[in-house]
Write a protein that binds this ligand. Structure first.
Ligand code: CP3
Length: 376
């Protein structure tokens, strides 16, 4: 399937934005910067809006609200990309799985997938439902990219929207456990206990995640990030055998989308991210992605040594440093930017999400610091 000529990659010039150029391997003069969890609880304007809305998932399915929350950090901080305000469990919700997000805890499922029979029942749900029932998500994306075009015009820099999905393992870690857990033991156990059920579960989750990504890209997202937040908890051999093929399958439908005529990209840029993934970074980079998200446990220099120069690195300031005195923060940022020079290109980000107690003024200043930095 082809993306429409009205897609932002063409109509709003996001294919030449700093983010997309860096992901495709050319180094823009200015290092692009955005933050995981930039839309959310660190912003007083977010807390004000959310107080008026119902639950977190209600907010995700309210096009006006989701779009406004997505835009808040772009207006405030001047970041180079918006990340769509949603959640990794939204495709499951659209597929009819009962889930809520419990404040301070995370996703909780009414019926955890504990047995082979539970998994067989869930995986009978048609992943195409995500596209059929995703109208409000598509509407939120379309409103957001319309507003981003106006903001880009004011700023004189094109601002793309990043779509995202949770990778099959991270989704399974919640679904099998029934909620958040420290070490995702239930999912790790299932891999070995019932490899056949495991495989059908992650293949189904890959189809759901793929559909959720396609939904966002067709509606106007110009890049996507697959979050495998908890993959770092796996033995590398298990990751390679029982998880990575499903993550690749989640990205395949996006890779298959044809960019509009006149756009010089082979496909919509793909980023793969996880936490504590030092041992599996090269594997994560091996599935034809354009960018690899690196957390703060590995230096970008070491990350490049592991993943090579065929992929752009994204990261990797320890979120804890956002609370440090300015000179300490600036020194850390300077050394990350210098390490990023080892890569073909670098997108500045944190090693994981923005902590909720972060002073937003620190993020705004950080964006300026990254933008003013030049390689000497
Ligand atoms: O700014 C952004 O990054 C965009 C939106 C976004 C959210 N969740 C909004 C959100 C993104 C990209 C996610 C992805 C997500 N959700 C991941 C992968 C990224 C990561 O952080 O590792 C995971 C593991 C989840 C599951 C989830 N959803 C958790 C663990 C939580 C936090 C629960 C809590 O209250 O501590 C959520 C809820 C959530 N997702 C919030 C936001 C802004 C907080 C909701 C609120 O306002 O109460």
């Amino acid at each position: 399937m082809s993306l429409a000529a009205s897609h932002p990659l063409r109509a709003h010039g996001t294919s030449s934005s700093r983010l997309v150029r860096a992901l495709m391997g050319t180094r823009p003069e200015v290092v692009p910067v955005w933050f995981m969890r930039q839309a959310g609880r660190s912003l007083p304007e977010y807390r004000r809006l959310r107080a008026r809305a119902g639950s977190m998932l209600d907010a995700c399915l309210d096009p006006d609200l989701a779009s406004e929350i997505t835009l808040q950090p772009v207006r405030r901080h001047g970041v180079d990309a918006a990340i769509f305000f949603s959640d990794i469990v939204v495709p499951l919700l659209l597929a009819g799985i009962e889930v809520e997000i419990v404040p301070g805890r995370g996703p909780v499922f009414a019926r955890p997938l504990r047995t082979g029979a539970d998994i067989a029942a869930a995986t009978r749900i048609d992943p195409a439902l995500v596209l059929e029932r995703g109208e409000r998500v598509a509407d939120a994306v379309a409103r957001t990219t319309g507003e981003l075009a106006a903001l880009s015009h004011e700023r004189g820099e094109s601002i793309p929207l990043i779509g995202f999905a949770g990778a099959p393992f991270t989704l399974a870690a919640y679904l099998v456990e029934g909620g958040p857990s420290k070490d995702h033991l239930a999912a790790r156990r299932l891999i070995h206990e019932d490899p056949v059920a495991w495989r059908s579960l992650v293949e189904w989750l890959a189809a759901l995640a793929g559909a959720f990504l396609v939904l966002q890209v067709r509606a106007g997202a110009s890049a996507v990030q697959l979050f495998d937040s908890w993959a770092g908890g796996l033995a590398p051999a298990d990751y390679r055998r029982a998880v990575l093929p499903a993550s690749a399958a989640a990205l395949d439908p996006v890779r298959a989308l044809r960019v509009p005529d006149g756009v010089e990209l082979e496909h919509v840029p793909l980023v793969h991210f996880g936490v504590g993934t030092g041992e599996i970074l090269a594997d994560m980079a091996s599935i034809g992605v354009d960018g690899i998200g690196v957390d703060h446990r590995v230096s970008l220099r070491d990350a490049v040594a592991r993943v090579g120069r065929e992929v752009t690195v994204q990261g990797n300031l320890d979120p804890a440093l956002l609370a440090a005195p300015e000179p300490v923060l600036d020194a850390a940022v300077g050394s990350i930017l210098a390490d990023g020079l080892a890569a073909r290109a670098h997108v500045f980000n944190l090693g994981h999400g923005v902590p909720k107690e972060t002073d937003p003024a620190v993020l705004t200043r950080l964006v300026r610091t990254v933008h003013e930095w030049r390689a000497v």
